[in-house]
Design a binder for this molecule. Structure first.
Ligand code: ADP
Ligand code: MG
Length: 352
């Protein structure tokens, strides 16, 4: 009977939720936003439809993001959002599915438990967790059972998570609250300070995606942006250049570069030597900023690699761990401990 049960991998991100099945690949990729009617407390929209309502809703409709900095901030909304996405991704089925969900390496036991409970409340049969850095590595094609070290830098919406992994486990890690959203805010502040113009969050994000860069590559581009002038309160449009965007983003990007540098200096020397040979892997939406790899390379002199699918590497890796699903002890909800043991045993057998 158990084999009839469907299973699915979920990347429950601050910005977006992705669902993956082995047979179909990425089956859902939607913003993690929920819109409510504040009178009846009923959900009016979830995902892409709810995102369109952010900042534009009439008085009684509230649109918000139930996750903050990679962890659940609003538990009931997260449970409802998961319920909606899981059923949208797999359709109604007689048997409730098993799911594996990735969590930030730095999440506390309480935060991990909240993810398990939200999934159970969404009607899931068994929930398994995997650490995001491991998932990102697997999804980028790294063999995590190897004893050598790898560094993963995942730049999402709320946080940048940096981790060094070896033998299927996390050796050192660090999370900072500077990532995609902080880039948007830096752009917003830059335009307010230099042009006395207030622009919306989505305009700032668009500028970042179109013009943002870590270092100028000599190709100057410009883009029109509209907002409200602080001088007279009226709508106004201006042209912004890529050089200005590089200037606006530089402090945030340097904070990330410094954090990577710090973690490298806290990495055991044997593993650090591996990192010099293998380079660093950049994943997450925020890693798509042009020239960020060059900025990092200039500071730490290590090669930087981008997987083919920076935005879906984590969910793909989470999906690959579905292969181990049957081997896990159902009472052991955290992937890494049991899997780490298995990987080490396998590695020992191989060496004999
Ligand atoms: P999370 O794991 O937090 O859900 P993601 O890995 O999906 O986050 O990344 C979301 C962030 O990536 C957002 O801040 C978004 O603006 C940013 N982003 C997405 N595409 C690009 C791009 N091409 N260039 C720069 N930033 C991007
Ligand atoms: Mg993510």
């Amino acid at each position: 009977m158990a084999y009839l049960r469907k299973n699915m991998a979920i990347d429950l991100g601050t910005t977006s939720v992705l669902c993956f099945t082995r047979s179909q690949g990425v089956v859902l990729n939607e913003p993690s936003v929920v819109a409510f009617d504040s009178f009846s407390n009923e959900i009016v929209a979830v995902g892409a439809e709810a995102k369109r309502m952010l900042g534009k809703t009439p008085g009684n409709i509230i649109a918000r993001r139930p996750l903050k900095d990679g962890v659940i901030a609003d538990y009931p909304s997260t449970a409802k959002m998961l319920d909606y996405f899981i059923h949208k991704a797999m359709g109604r089925s007689l048997l409730s599915p098993d799911v594996v969900i990735c969590v930030p390496s730095e999440a506390t036991q309480v935060q991990k438990r909240a993810v398990v409970q939200a999934a159970k409340a969404a009607g899931v049969h068994s929930v398994y967790l995997i650490e995001e850095a491991l998932a990102a590595a697997i999804g980028s094609g790294v063999d995590i059972s190897e004893p050598g070290g790898h560094m993963i830098v995942d730049i999402g919406g709320g946080t940048t998570d940096i981790a060094v992994i070896s033998l299927g486990g996390i050796v050192v890690s660090r999370s900072i609250r500077v990532a995609g959203n902080a880039f948007d805010q830096a752009i917003l502040r830059y335009i307010r300070d230099h042009y006395n113009l207030i622009i919306g969050d989505s305009s700032a994000e668009e500028l970042k995606i179109q013009l943002g860069s870590g270092a100028s590559d000599g190709m100057e581009e410009t883009m029109e942006v509209k907002g409200r002038s602080l001088d007279d309160g009226l709508p106004k449009s201006i042209y912004i250049s890529s050089t200005e965007m590089a200037e606006a983003l530089r402090p945030s990007l340097m904070t990330i570069v410094d954090a990577v540098h710090d973690l490298l200096s806290n990495t055991p020397p044997e593993l650090a030597a591996d990192l010099y040979d293998r380079g660093i892997l950049l994943t997450g939406g925020g890693s798509l900023i042009k020239g960020l790899d060059r900025l990092l390379h200039d500071r730490i002199s290590i090669d930087i690699h981008h997987p083919d699918h920076a935005l879906t590497a984590v969910v793909r890796g989470t999906g690959s761990s579905l292969n181990w699903l049957k081997k896990w002890n159902p009472s052991d909800e955290l992937f890494s401990e049991s899997t780490r043991q298995q990987i080490i045993q396998r590695e020992e057998l191989r060496r004999r």
